[in-house]
Write a protein that binds this ligand. Structure first.
Ligand code: ADP
Length: 244
C-alpha cells in the first residue's frame, strides 16, 4: 500500500512538473511569435504602410514568424508522439550519404545569415544504414542548427562521417560557446537549456536534443558529446552499419 501510494505520488509530481515545464515553454516560446504576428497584421490592417516594398517586408516577416511558430508546434507534437509511443518509423536501407544530403539541404534552405562555413565529408563508398530517412536527417539537422545557434562569430561547422566495421558515426563539430561538463547529460533532457546570455537570446524549446536522442536510440544507436566550455562542441550520432 505504501509503495503504491509512493508510486502514485511520484507519478503525479512528475506529471505536474511536466505541465509546469510545458506551460513555461508555451509562455516564452509561443507567445513571442504570436505577439509579432498580431503586431504585423495590425500594421497592415491600419494601413500604416504605404510603400509596396515595405508591405512586402512586413509580409516576409509575417511568413517568417508563422514558420517559427509551426516549427515549434511540430516539435512539441513530435515530442508528444515519441513520449506516448505513437511515433512511427519507416526504416529503409540506404547509403548514409542520402541522409547527410537530406539534412544538409534542409539546413542550407534556412539561408542563415552570418558567414557560415559548412564542410561535409563522407567516405567513398558510403556505408549503408537502415534508417527512417526523415527522422535521422531531422536529428542531424538539429545538430547542425545547434552548432550554428551556439556559435558566435566563428561559424565553421564540420559534418564528418566515419565508418568502422560495426558503426557509422556522424559527427557535427563547431567552434562555438561549448558546454560545461555538468551540463553534458542534462542537455539531452526535455526542456533543458543551459542558462547563459546566448541561450537567452536564441530561441529554442529545449526539445531538440531530447527528440534527437530518442530517434537515434530507436534506431539502435547512440548520441554522444565531447565539449569544452568556450572552445566548441562535437556531437556524434552513432548508427549500426547495415551489412549487405
Ligand atoms: P534548444 O536549442 O531548443 O534550446 P536543444 O535540446 O537542441 O534545445 O539543446 C539544449 C541545450 O543544449 C541548448 O539550449 C544549449 O544550451 C545546449 N546546446 C545544444 N547544442 C549546443 C552546441 N552545439 N553548443 C553549445 N551548446 C549547445
Amino acid at each position: 500500500g505504501v509503495a503504491y501510494t509512493g508510486r502514485v505520488l511520484y507519478r503525479e509530481a512528475r506529471l505536474s512538473r511536466m505541465k509546469t515545464d510545458f506551460v513555461s515553454l508555451v509562455s516564452h516560446e509561443l507567445r513571442t511569435p504570436v505577439t509579432s504576428i498580431r503586431m504585423f497584421i495590425e500594421t497592415l490592417a491600419l494601413g500604416r504602410v504605404q510603400d509596396p516594398a515595405q508591405t512586402q517586408e512586413v509580409l516576409r516577416l509575417l511568413t517568417q514568424e508563422t514558420e517559427r511558430l509551426s516549427t515549434l508546434i511540430e516539435r512539441v507534437l513530435d515530442w508528444s508522439r515519441i513520449e506516448s509511443g505513437r511515433k512511427e518509423y519507416h526504416p529503409e536501407t540506404m547509403p548514409v550519404s542520402e541522409v547527410v544530403e537530406t539534412a544538409v539541404a534542409a539546413f542550407r534552405a534556412q539561408r542563415l545569415e552570418g558567414d557560415l562555413k559548412l564542410t561535409v565529408q563522407v567516405p567513398e563508398p558510403p556505408p549503408d544504414v537502415h534508417v527512417d530517412r526523415g527522422a535521422i536527417a531531422g536529428a542531424v539537422l538539429n545538430l547542425l542548427q545547434n552548432a550554428y545557434k551556439y556559435s558566435r562569430e566563428d561559424k565553421r561547422i564540420a559534418l564528418t562521417v566515419k565508418a568502422t566495421k560495426r558503426w557509422v558515426d556522424l559527427t557535427v563539430e563547431d567552434h562555438g560557446v561549448g558546454i560545461a561538463r555538468r551540463d553534458h547529460r542534462r542537455i539531452f533532457e526535455r526542456f533543458y537549456r543551459v542558462d547563459n546570455l546566448l541561450t537567452r537570446r536564441t530561441e529554442g524549446s529545449g526539445l531538440g536534443l531530447a527528440i534527437a536522442r530518442r530517434i537515434v536510440e530507436a534506431h539502435g544507436g547512440y548520441i554522444t558529446l565531447q565539449s569544452e566550455l568556450g572552445k566548441g562542441s562535437r556531437f556524434t550520432i552513432q548508427l549500426p552499419v547495415e551489412k549487405a
